[in-house]
Design a protein around this ligand. Structure first.
Ligand SMILES: [Zn+2]
Ligand SMILES: [Zn+2]
Length: 277
């Protein structure tokens, strides 16, 4: 399905709120910031609550979920920018038991699937960065991509968030090793009809690079995996940050389209030539 773009900006599909305990600003300010930046569609995708006691410090509590729904729906007043209702849900072994039923019951527009943990190690958490000094980097990435493959096979998510997050502090395998590990994971993402998010928060991290890298974006393009864009904003002024560079990354990999989503159904639209923001 193809449609001409009606945007001179790109939608931002990865935005947090204060409910996850590590973002700041009022939810209305995120939308105001989007409007100021000329962004015509945004999706809140805050960290999913989890009843298993999984990583409780970095996500909303289950009892706050209805507050989240109300906060987002109050912004859905028909005025621009359009506001979508999404969630960033962690994949980990065993998550399916809760997520399969719960996600289906919430009427989300968008479910982003992310991996922030390998076993009990929060590998992207600055307070656990030191662990990288004592692990085998290549083996760590191998474990990570194994989880990505499982995430795809679960069929629970619409897109993978920040696909090469383990590079955050600069620990990365060789391109040859990376290709070998990413290939089967991307095949499974393509097989699951999932998308991949170009996440600009990496530009604000030690690695100084969008997630995923140009190599992985090219491999995704070869498999015709659709892409979307996310700032991973944890503050209003981060909305749409780095999207000009993300557009260049997509174009250089050969992409001419990206996806928009409503009620978890994707629609491909043409990438803008340039960004007005
Ligand atoms: Zn994340
Ligand atoms: Zn996030």
């Amino acid at each position: 399905m193809k449609k001409q773009s009606d945007f001179s900006s790109l939608p931002d599909y990865h935005i947090h709120t204060i409910l996850c305990k590590h973002a700041k600003g009022k939810i209305a300010d995120y939308r105001t910031a989007a409007k100021k930046n000329g962004i015509t569609e945004i999706c809140f995708s805050d960290h999913c609550p989890n009843p298993d006691g999984y990583d409780p410090d970095h996500r909303m509590e289950m009892k706050k979920f209805e507050t989240y729904r109300d906060m987002v729906s109050r912004l859905q007043d028909g005025k621009p920018p359009t506001v979508l209702f999404g969630i960033e849900a962690d994949y980990y072994e065993g998550c399916e038991v809760f997520l399969r039923e719960w996600l289906a019951a919430q009427q989300f527009d968008f479910v982003l699937g992310s991996i922030h943990y390998i076993e009990d190690w929060g590998f992207d958490n600055p307070s656990q960065r030191h662990v990288w000094d004592s692990v085998d980097v290549k083996e760590t990435w191998r474990k990570y991509f194994k989880l990505v493959g499982m995430l795809a096979d679960s069929r629970l998510f619409d897109a993978v968030g920040h696909l090469d997050l383990p590079k955050k502090f600069g620990f990365r395998p060789s391109d040859t090793d990376l290709k070998g590990m990413a290939r089967p994971a991307l095949d499974r993402i393509a097989g699951a009809d999932m998308g991949v998010e170009l996440n600009t928060s990496g530009l604000r991290r030690p690695v100084g690079e969008i997630y995923p890298s140009p190599l992985i974006v090219s491999m995704a393009r070869e498999r015709e995996i659709p892409i979307c864009f996310g700032s991973d904003a944890h503050a209003p002024d981060e909305i749409g940050a780095g999207f000009g560079l993300a557009l260049n990354l997509a174009r250089e990999a050969g992409y001419t389209q990206y996806f928009r989503i409503r009620g978890r159904t994707k629609e491909l639209v043409a990438l803008p030539e340039t960004l007005s923001v």
